[in-house]
Design a binder for this molecule. Structure first.
Ligand code: 57M
Length: 359
């Protein structure tokens, strides 16, 4: 909005020329989202406490979690609100990708909201059934996939890191591929969200990484130099990613151990969906396995644990899945698990960035 209002005035006030630059708008989108979360955080915590939207804690989890009962949840409303407002303020609203990623985020936030609402407000402890949640996720991601498929000049080739010449053409199958990426990432982030700051830290890292990828992919000269797919218009997605990283930092202020607020499904589902959508838009889909490697590890720990549990009638690989619970039960203090998982997430993101230069 600010771009549309202020940039045209650069002919009379040349300082406003700065609104043309994606880098400038990305920095201010990050700061805007950060300050929204930072300043509204305490108000949100009070409001949720008054409304008694406190976390219900399962008896079968690690004992240390029992003290967390009643922590206000659904902080994701603030994160998604901050990302949306900031993106609307700083990006070029004539860019279709901006609207597509906002549709994904708001759509998934609604699914998360319904789930949290049933669990926390209606005290319906199970929330939405897994099947209904998945169906809604597939419906929204199919819509997102279709919108991308019909976007002018959008390539339906998949980028394979390290093999820049190998780009399989999926045609309409790309829609199914996009659905898998978006639904998978959303659920993997959701599974990771089980310790204070554990999910939002790597979300910030991944959003910052894709902020760079989006800028690079949208810049014809840099994209050609690095021999990566040039995606016209994807530069504006850097602004969205900046807003996501900024909102994440603002939320982390309160979600840091010991957390004063949790994000709830209304936060974890849309944040994961946003990363998936951004990976698809920037044509760095497979690389998300590395950028969001921590989410992949957490999801795999659940898949292996559940499969092994079923195959062996009750035996386990880990003390408890997802993986963070395993280390907690081994006696690692919660902050140690969290910070070590963040370190892994940062190292994986750096490794992913290095592939831009490798072929
Ligand atoms: C949601 N939710 C947290 C909070 C957060 C298939 C199975 C592995 C699924 C998995 C599951 O349900 N995962 C998804 C994880 C919950 O956090 C809430 O949920 C939101 C995210 N959706 O924002 O609102 C709890 O996590 C803790 N927490 C923090 N700090 C935070 O910042 O401490 C969350 C955010 C909160 C709080 O305690 O209450 C969760 O863990 O429930 N299920 C599991 O993760 C369960 N695993 C399990 O059953 N494993 C089995 C195998 C065979 C499936 C096994 O290994 O034996 C565990 N989760 C819990 N207790 N709580 C185990 C039992």
């Amino acid at each position: 909005m600010l771009y549309h209002l202020l940039y045209p005035l650069h002919t009379t006030l040349s300082a406003l020329n700065v609104f043309r630059y994606i880098t400038f708008r990305t920095i201010y989108a990050s700061l805007t989202a950060f300050f929204i979360c930072f300043f509204l955080g305490p108000w949100m915590i009070n409001k949720l406490t008054q409304m008694q939207v406190g976390q219900y804690i399962r008896d079968d989890g690690p004992k240390t979690h029992h003290d967390k009962a009643g922590t206000p949840t659904m902080g994701g409303v603030l994160i998604v609100g901050a990302i949306t407002v900031s993106t609307l303020l700083w990006s070029d609203l004539t860019n279709g990708f901006v609207w597509i990623v906002l549709i994904a985020v708001i759509g998934y936030a609604l699914i998360g909201f319904i789930d949290d609402y049933l669990m926390q407000i209606k005290k319906h402890s199970k929330g939405l059934s897994v099947r209904k949640k998945l169906l809604l996720q597939v419906i929204i991601s199919t819509g997102v996939g279709l919108l991308l498929y019909t976007s002018p000049n959008f390539s339906t080739r998949v980028t394979i890191p390290l093999f820049k010449q190998l780009t399989p053409e999926l045609g309409w199958g790309y829609i199914i591929f996009a659905v898998l990426v978006i639904v998978g990432t959303s659920n993997a982030v959701n599974l990771t969200d089980g310790l204070d700051g554990l999910a939002i830290g790597p979300v910030i890292v991944a959003a910052a990484t894709y902020m760079i990828f989006a800028y690079v992919a949208g810049h014809v000269k840099i994209a050609n130099y690095l021999q990566i797919n040039y995606v016209a218009g994807s530069g504006e997605i850097a602004i969205f990613c900046g807003a996501m990283a900024g909102a994440g930092l603002g939320f982390l202020w309160f979600n840091a151990y010991p957390a004063q607020i949790f994000m709830g499904d209304v936060g974890s589902l849309p944040l994961g969906a946003a990363l998936g959508t951004v990976a698809v838009i920037t044509k760095q889909e497979i690389l998300l396995l590395l950028v969001g490697g921590l989410f992949v590890i957490e999801a795999l720990s659940v898949i292996f644990q559940v499969s092994f549990f079923k195959m062996t009638a009750g035996r386990r690989i880990f003390k408890m899945a997802p993986l963070h619970h395993h280390f907690e039960l081994k006696g690692w203090p919660e902050p140690k698990v969290i910070v070590r998982f963040w370190i892994i997430a940062i190292a994986l993101a750096l490794l992913a960035m290095s592939t831009l230069k490798l072929r």
